[in-house]
Design a protein around this ligand. Sequence first.
Ligand SMILES: Cc1cc2nc3c(=O)[nH]c(=O)nc-3n(C[C@H](O)[C@H](O)[C@H](O)COP(=O)(O)OP(=O)(O)OC[C@H]3O[C@@H](n4cnc5c(N)ncnc54)[C@H](O)[C@@H]3O)c2cc1C
Length: 414
Amino acid sequence: MFDYMPWWDEDTRQFADEVEKFVDEELVPRTQAIMERNEDHMSIQWEASKLCVERGFHPLMVLAEKEFGGRDKGYAGYTILNEEIGRSNINVNPLLTSVFGAGPIHLFGTKSQKEKFLKPIVQGDKWASITVTEPDVGNDAAGVQLYAEKDGDDWILNGWKRYITLGCLSDYHLVYALSDPDMRSMYRHLSAFIVPADSPGITTEKVNQLIGDVEMANSVLRYKDVRVPKENMILGDGDGWTVMTSALNIERLGIASVVGSTKNLFETARAYGRRRVQFGLPISRYNGVQLRMANISMRMHLTRVYIYYLAELLDTGEADMFSFALKSSTAKIFGTESLTENSLDALYIVGGDGYLQETGIGTILKNAALMQIAGGSNDILRLFIGRQEFKQDVDERMINPSVRGPTKEEAEKL
Ligand SMILES: Cc1cc2nc3c(=O)[nH]c(=O)nc-3n(C[C@H](O)[C@H](O)[C@H](O)COP(=O)(O)OP(=O)(O)OC[C@H]3O[C@@H](n4cnc5c(N)ncnc54)[C@H](O)[C@@H]3O)c2cc1C
């Protein structure tokens, strides 16, 4: 039975039930079949992604407005779906990548951009990649070097992108490019473009071999004199940083929804703990095992409440983008680090069996490690949170006089 948030309306509750049913009836049996075949849980990412689309459960479809083929279930619906798919322990990274790639079109696209680009992605006829990272540009995303020059009404793109998930498989690349280096100090130096992947001048230079996230064609791409019409620019010339940071905030909420995988770990550890007998008792009766279980449970419940609170802020329009950046970073850090720790706690509860491919714990652990890196590394996001918190106004009522420094007037008398 789905654990609703108390503030959800009837429609959201019904949607949660609908998703839960779909996952139980269609995804969970597929996971069980993979386990019986002893295969990597990532091996059916594409099959599962297409199935989700067919049944109306593409996260972008759930989010998008009805006029663009979506179901308009808001960020609550989007988070419910991400959480539930995670519970099945089937990766659907083609869907998630497309959401992150098309997110800027959903957030800021014009009606005609949505009609032309968003609709086919929502319907699963097309796939999108997000292309921020470059050989010399990682966390310092404002340092994008792939450059865009104006040529009449068009823009010409030149440069490199790397680590691009689905890079050589997707139909559209959402490209961030340097359009005016002189505007860097004002963060108006970047622009965002929707680039058809078959545009002349785009070549795939390499497909990386990864330790996880297999079959996602993680690509190094080269752009040489790639012509893009101005209609493909999202917002205006110089708005790329606004587009990127807003979209990343949403992406971080999506990443934190990996809490669904924790549910999977939780149930695996619980079932095993009850069943496995050592020293004459089920291991669930031993304090050491209970402590690990408590850790998994606490991290899971806290992450869930926080991500649905963020979804509510977005759905009710109460999220101001600045404070939301802090909150979505918090959710991403807490959610992904919890998932890593939960994977290890579950692995140690299950013991040797946890190290077998078939329990799927290893897949979740590898995914958890990636999620700490992707969408801005957790270390960098921590620095951002710490720096911003020191910049906030001080609440004078809370300051203990013994640690308070001198006021301006007092300092003048010293
Ligand atoms: C499987 C996979 C899929 C990916 N998919 C995509 C994709 O689809 N699209 C895309 O655009 N990108 C993608 N990426 C790239 C990913 O977003 C980047 O790896 C990430 O942004 C970090 O950049 P980096 O790896 O270059 O690390 P770097 O920025 O080089 O950082 C390396 C280390 O240095 C630390 N560090 C850097 N600067 C500081 C600082 N100022 N203070 C303290 N510590 C610092 C970081 O925390 C990190 O630990 C993918 C990556 C992987 C591995």
